[in-house]
Write a protein that binds this ligand. Structure first.
Ligand code: SAH
Ligand code: F3S
Length: 489
């Protein structure tokens, strides 16, 4: 199926598909070609760049055209059932291709590999290779197993693996924005979420390797770095080891430990002409210290993705979220006080088991209080193995989930419009990323608040910071005119 068609089938932002473009012309005479498709969160896209780096060392080139590839890898997402269904359809498609082409290897990477493990080989028989998120360095060995017709599965989760020693190969890149992973895994055990099972325990990456990767990106002309993790605010470096083992660290390690605010400060100070973003923040971990560092540096973007999941205390408790609605309001108030112009977005789930009309009203009310700039909204999808799946009946009818989802999406549209309208008449700094989807004559970029802005190209280039006077807007996009190159990034 052409990629465009697949994109239009899948509207969920977390299961968007992106093809990875070709890279490394140095290897153009080598015949082994690999094709990688990534689904799900930004971390998966960043991981695919690590996989590409490992494959390049094995003599592969990465191709955009799967018909030319002898190795097809799908980096998959398990977050909702729909995400898995999309991947299954795609795997079936590649499997049919494999039947026509005998020398083709199909592999599944990422969260579905971790969740389903050997099942892919035993029951489904649609892939040759199954590799979990912490086992990508084993891909070269696993490919040898495939060549010898042996089982090729590695789904071991690691306490240490952060891929800190691998320089990711930037794929599908605009040369302007890049992701840098700083933590892996999650210890939070939200009852609806499969991530702790598929990505393992939380561990932080050595700050030296983070800073080195950023220096390398900056030397190559990148202008915006997004620090990535399931829970960036709980970043904690005390010389290696799991977050949960910090209590056992020595006194010296505890005293010299580096927390997220320290890392953010270091990165922002080292690269004053580069924009710094981060994602995702868990409300329970976001500290006032982080907000102060954000306020201190002009180059740290004034934007926080702050998933709340529900506005009801009863539901938050059943979700095992570690904060109340009131504590979330307090955090929002702190953000508005310390960073008055901060953009805030959310993730929200409707139809969690037992959610009543009153719980849903609480969610709508919370949205009214915050008036988010934008958000990602989902109907609850039961994931096998999670605590919610084992202990709580999925008792909200699908039709009601759908109705509640439409209601929160409609509300978000109104709030997004409220936020974008506030920019009309103002001049904002935009980093140019690409041509606008609607018009080749317009650039598209984002403001510090992460709002998309489009404007006529004039003589500006991708990678320029420009001051744009906003003249009109839709609920999601600012429209304006570039005035000059910007000094305030
Ligand atoms: N902390 C992570 C969250 C990953 S999951 C991060 O890096 O963003 C992304 C979002 O998917 C969650 O915030 C939640 O809103 C949604 N989600 C997770 N599990 C879900 C489920 N079982 N059903 C519906 N939505 C879910
Ligand atoms: Fe999932 Fe909750 Fe962690 S949403 S990724 S278990 S913070």
């Amino acid at each position: 199926m052409p990629v465009k068609e697949l994109q239009s089938l899948e509207k969920d932002p977390l299961t968007q598909i992106v093809k990875l473009s070709q890279c490394s012309p140095n290897f153009s005479r080598v015949s082994k070609k690999a094709y990688i498709e990534s689904y799900g969160c930004q971390m998966n896209f960043a991981d695919s760049e690590i996989v590409a780096s490992i494959l390049l060392k094995e003599g592969y080139t990465i191709t955009e055209d799967f018909d030319k590839a002898s190795l097809i890898l799908l980096n998959t997402c398990s977050i909702r059932e729909k995400a898995e269904q999309t991947v299954r359809k795609r795997l079936e498609y590649f499997n049919s291709k494999k039947n026509q082409k005998s020398n083709m290897t199909v592999g599944v990477l990422g969260c579905m590999a971790e969740r389903l493990k050997h099942k892919f080989l035993e029951e489904e028989k649609i892939v040759d290779l199954v590799v979990g998120p912490d086992a990508y360095k084993d891909i070269p060995n696993l490919l040898k197993e495939v060549a010898n017709a042996n089982e090729a599965v590695n789904v071991l989760l690691s306490k240490h693996e952060t891929y800190g020693d691998i320089s990711p190969v930037r794929l599908n890149s605009n040369g302007v924005s890049a992701f840098v992973s700083i933590t892996r895994g999650c210890d939070n055990m939200c009852t609806f979420c499969v991530v702790p099972f598929t990505r393992g325990r939380e561990r932080s990456r050595d700050p030296k390797s983070i800073l080195n990767e950023i220096v390398d990106l900056v030397s190559k002309g990148y202008k915006e770095i997004t620090l990535l993790g399931q829970n960036v605010d709980s970043y904690l470096w005390y010389g290696g080891g799991l977050k949960k083992d910090f209590d056992k660290a020595s006194e010296l390690q505890k005293r010299t430990a580096l927390r997220f605010e320290n890392l953010l400060d270091l990165v922002a100070k080292s690269h004053p002409k580069v924009r710094i973003r981060f994602s995702t923040s868990n409300p329970q971990d976001m500290s006032v210290n982080v907000l102060r560092v954000m306020a201190k540096y002009n180059n740290i973007c004034k934007y926080i993705h702050l998933p709340v999941q529900s506005g009801s205390n009863a539901i938050l408790k059943k979700m095992n979220r570690q904060h109340s609605r009131e504590e979330y309001f307090q955090l929002i108030n702190n953000i508005r006080t310390i960073i008055p112009d901060c953009g805030i977005s959310h993730d929200m789930i409707v139809g969690f088991p037992s959610e009543t009309d009153q719980d849903h009203q609480d969610t709508l009310e919370l949205m009214d209080f915050v008036k988010y700039d934008f958000g990602f909204m989902f109907a609850y999808s039961e994931r096998p193995g999670t605590l919610a799946a084992r202990k709580i009946e999925d008792d909200v009818p699908e039709s009601l989930k759908k109705r509640r989802l439409i209601e929160i999406i409609e509300k978000q549209k109104v709030h997004s419009g409220y936020r974008t309208k506030k920019f009309i008449g103002k001049t904002v700094c935009v980093l140019i990323e690409k041509s606008s989807k609607r018009s080749e004559n317009h650039w598209s970029g984002r403001t510090t608040q992460n709002t998309v802005a489009v404007f006529p190209k004039k003589n500006y280039q991708v990678g320029d910071f420009v001051d744009v006077k906003i003249t009109s807007c839709t609920s999601a996009t600012l429209i304006g005119n570039a005035i000059q190159l910007s000094n305030s990034i």
